[in-house]
Design a binder for this molecule. Structure first.
Ligand code: NAD
Ligand code: IPM
Ligand code: MN
Length: 357
């Protein structure tokens, strides 16, 4: 029996809708297992800019630092997506949060539930059994280097930067995870062209010497994009830089059937943050159709990683599996065979998950 303080930070768009469901699942787990989870909430992104002018108000950051874990939604708004000149942007809040909390490792598990074999646009015989764990480096690379315009205003630049230490710590986390899985690690870079990638490869080769039991391969990012679709089962743990990891995991979401299925854990020096990999999805915001399973599975990662509650985490994953086995789907994971009465909205599929906890 434990007492934990969870900060719920829904953010923008469907972030609001899916974290509400994720929180209900955490509540049900607390009741079932006799824990006390205390909740607080805070603003980030567009809603924070509207309320305070700041995409990451200091109050939010302080609350994050003090909490035992953060359940995060998404940030983003079309207003900024369509205005490249906007100086204050929702995404700045997310990036500052990652930097300030030292969240250098972003774990993105790509696990296909067998029931969803038909939901992907990839052939079932290529997909069956696919199970990949991405380690995306989250506080370096082109995201955090110097950026700007040259004096003429017509030339822009973004500097990509990595230090040896930054590559070492994410590589070690990935190797440790590989040890507990199928003992295969693929490091993805663009070392044939990019200097930060050459440092990346040099460091991963060096760290690999400490893990002789793990089989290592190095792939270029362009080839990896192809191999993920051609033969997803060849991958076990994948470790890569911030930008490559962002792009490859959206691609890999199709292995799991939908962006709405992909959870993530951002961990490092302090409080862990748990969030779907998807964004605020304003094309479906307010329609009640967003898939909350990524938020629910993020809650499962929170229980496992930040609270060490393995049985509780497994109970969440099992409940999701049972709902899928019962044939329930949100629109994004339904296929041509799904009967109309099995296609549920955000809250209704959440209620089905709760029935199994
Ligand atoms: P997105 O992930 O929001 O949406 C991409 C597509 O996937 C859309 O068609 C959307 O409807 C669908 N989708 C996403 N999540 C879904 C879910 N749970 N259920 C059903 N369908 C789902 O990406 P985008 O459209 O490129 O970006 C929209 C905004 O979100 C932008 O402002 C972007 O900056 C932001 N964004 C934020 C995060 C984050 O907060 N971590 C991540 C990605 C994008
Ligand atoms: C993600 C998002 C963010 C990223 C954006 C919104 C800054 O795409 O969490 O994957 O690029 O890291
Ligand atoms: Mn992304």
């Amino acid at each position: 029996m434990a007492t934990k303080n969870i900060l719920v930070v829904p953010g923008d768009g469907i972030g609001q809708e899916v974290t509400a469901v994720g929180k209900k699942v955490l509540d049900a787990i607390a009741t079932k297992f006799g824990h006390t989870f205390n909740y607080d909430t805070a603003l980030i992104g567009h809603v924070a800019i509207e309320a305070t002018g700041n995409p990451l108000p200091d109050e939010t950051l302080q609350k994050m630092k003090k909490s035992d874990a953060v359940l995060f939604g998404a940030v983003g708004h079309p207003k900024y997506d369509n205005d490249p000149t906007a100086k204050v942007r929702p995404e700045q809040g997310l990036l500052k949060m990652r930097k300030e909390l030292g969240l250098y490792a972003n774990l993105r598990p790509i696990k296909l539930f067998d029931e969803l074999l038909g939901a992907s646009s990839i052939k079932p015989e290529i997909l069956k059994g696919a199970d990949i764990l991405f380690f995306r480096e989250l506080t370096g690379d082109i995201y955090f280097g110097e950026k700007g315009r040259k004096n003429d205003g017509d030339t822009a630049f973004d500097i990509a930067e990595y230090s040896r230490f930054e590559v070492e710590r994410i590589a070690r986390k990935a190797f440790e995870a590989a040890r507990t899985r199928r003992k295969k690690l693929c490091s993805v870079d663009k070392a044939n062209v990019i200097e930060t990638s050459r440092l990346w490869r040099e460091v991963v080769q060096k760290i690999a010497l400490e893990y002789p039991d793990v089989e290592v391969e190095h792939q270029f990012v362009d080839a990896t994009a192809m191999l993920l679709i051609k033969d997803p089962r060849r991958f076990d743990v994948v470790v890569t830089a911030n930008l490559f990891g962002d792009i490859l995991t959206d691609e890999a979401s199709q292995i799991a059937g939908s962006m709405g299925m992909l959870a993530s854990a951002s961990v490092g020096d302090g409080t862990g943050v748990y969030e779907p990999i998807h964004g605020s999805a304003h094309d479906i915001t307010g329609k009640g159709v967003a898939n909350p399973l990524a938020s629910i599975l993020s809650a499962a990662l929170l229980l496992d990683i930040s609270f060490g509650m393995q049985a509780e985490s497994a109970a969440v994953i099992k409940a999701v599996d049972q709902v899928l086995k019962a044939g329930y789907r949100t629109r994004d994971i339904a296929d041509a065979q799904t009967p109309a009465d099995k296609i549920l909205g955000t809250d209704a599929i959440g209620a089905e998950v709760l029935k199994h906890i």
